[in-house]
Design a protein around this ligand. Structure first.
Ligand code: ADP
Ligand code: MG
Length: 459
């Protein structure tokens, strides 16, 4: 057996235990670079893939290799030139990279949205298969899979939290879809909490509260999305509490999503909080660059489309905050190319991306930056914008300057004038200082992240 054949066998075995998305993400463009004695060297496309394979897939890779040749003792990974492997699914040879240009087979362009199942409320599009796993969502993903395998017994409830557009709805619906797939007779209900609240109001008005209670208390798996809304009113929490208990006592599974962990939802009643904390709580963070790229590739793959790497990298680098925007940017690019035969220019790609990324910035203003910074560091707004040279003012003022530049793209003269009636060199100095500090001070990074969240929140 030659190297290529050995690797084909290994991949075939690995693929059995991985979702398609993960498999493609981590094993695309891998190959065996060398086999010497009992040592195998695997070539991977980049350093990120190298670390990931080493950390997460080393054992299964070694096992699969040993199934073929049991004298193999050692596996190492090198970043090398991609060598195509025959068994890997390929769409089409890539065109020789001409600058940003999308190649889309016209007949494949139906961007159909699958429809929601009226019985369960689930959208069949949200599956584990299409869910890319990286370090940012690994725990949540593992917990979700464990829940499907042991409904009502492994973790109950499962509480998933994370920021907007990071995959909460996708993941909790995937639990429902997967459970139904394994047991088609299971009663599964996906319930966005706004819908639940609407139903409660209607039921109270129409006096059919008992029917509503019955509807949710007879399910096997209840998936409640965005529970933070329920926490806004006592009546809703009251209702939910009883439904939750009824299910919990019967060992029925409850899965919940929220934008914050239970302890950080201020209006959440204590009894609900302790219920939630009695189960499993897992967060979804923000994907890093490589994972964003992997997600884009997976999305293209499901749409059967091809784009030169340059465009995808540009998207992954520009759209950082969430996966929904990432997908939105991709869809816009795809749409744009279908409307015109001319290839996309770099400028156009950038313009389309700026439309996507500038949307959430609408709440930010210099005034808000100043208010948020002064509240955060507990200094007065007046001192911040004044000439005050007090020591405790220096850092907050520099941070405010940095944020005005970095987030709002204000000019340095404007920033200097706004904060302490200083000239532009002071503002430039502050910007450089904070940029330098950021590379050595992880605490500062966390502070800035919090500040940005507050700056862009609607409050
Ligand atoms: P949230 O509920 O956290 O606001 P969603 O679940 O609605 O986010 O996700 C937003 C979009 O991003 C959806 O279209 C979803 O399919 C996609 N998405 C989120 N996470 C992933 C992932 N890990 N892999 C692939 N697609 C994802
Ligand atoms: Mg959601």
């Amino acid at each position: 057996m030659d190297r290529e054949e050995i690797w084909k066998h290994v991949l075939a075995e690995l693929e059995l235990n991985l979702s398609r998305a993960s498999f493609l993400t981590w094993f695309k463009e891998t190959s065996i670079a060398d086999v010497t004695g009992g040592a195998v060297t695997i070539s991977v496309p980049n350093g990120f893939a190298k670390n990931w394979l080493q950390d997460k897939y080393h054992k299964p890779i070694l096992r699969a290799l040993r199934n073929i040749a049991n004298d193999i003792r050692e596996v190492t990974y090198v970043v090398g030139a991609p060598e195509r492997v025959g068994s890997m699914p390929r769409q089409k040879p890539r065109p020789t990279p001409r600058p940003p240009f999308l190649e889309i087979p016209q007949e494949r362009l139906e961007l159909r949205e699958s429809s929601v199942d009226p019985e369960s409320g689930l959208n069949p599009r949200y599956t584990f298969e299409h869910f890319v796993v990286g370090s940012f969502n690994e725990l949540a993903h593992a917990a979700a899979q464990a829940v499907v395998k042991g409904l009502g017994s492994t973790y109950n409830p499962l509480f998933i939290y994370g920021g907007v557009g990071l995959g909460k709805t996708h993941l909790i619906q995937a639990i429902g879809n997967e459970a139904l797939h394994g047991h088609p007779t299971l009663k599964v209900r996906y319930l966005p909490s706004e819908k639940y609240m609407g139903e409660i109001v209607d039921a109270i008005n129409g006096k059919f509260m008992n029917q509503l209670k019955e509807r949710y208390r007879s399910v096997d798996l209840l998936v409640v999305d965005d529970i933070q809304f329920i926490a806004r009113t006592e009546k809703m929490q009251e209702e939910f509490f009883h439904t939750f208990n009824a299910l919990y006592e019967k060992n029925k599974q409850v899965v919940i999503s929220s934008d914050k962990p239970p302890a950080a939802i201020p209006t959440l009643e204590q009894r609900l909080r302790s219920r939630f904390e009695g189960g499993m709580i897992a967060d979804i963070g923000e994907p890093d660059l490589e994972t964003r790229l992997a997600i884009l590739r997976a999305k293209l793959q499901t749409k059967n489309l091809i784009m030169p790497a340059g465009v995808l990298e540009c998207v992954a680098e520009t759209v950082k905050s969430n996966i929904r925007d990432l997908e939105g940017a991709l869809n816009r690019l795809v749409l744009r190319t279908t409307m015109s035969a001319a290839p996309l220019s770099v400028e156009e790609v950038k313009k389309i991306l700026s439309q996507v990324t500038s949307a959430p910035r609408r709440f930010a203003s210099p005034k808000k930056v100043i208010r948020v910074v002064s509240e955060f560091y507990d200094v007065s707004e007046k001192e911040l914008v004044d000439r005050s040279r007090k020591k405790e003012i220096v850092k907050p003022r520099q941070i405010a300057m940095f944020l005005l530049r970095e987030e709002l793209k204000c000019s340095f003269p404007f920033i200097g004038e706004k904060l302490g009636k200083k000239d532009h060199t002071t503002a430039i100095h502050a910007y450089k200082k904070i940029t330098a500090d950021l590379s050595t001070n992880p605490t500062l990074e966390v502070e800035l992240k919090t500040l940005k969240e507050r700056i862009y929140s609607s409050a």
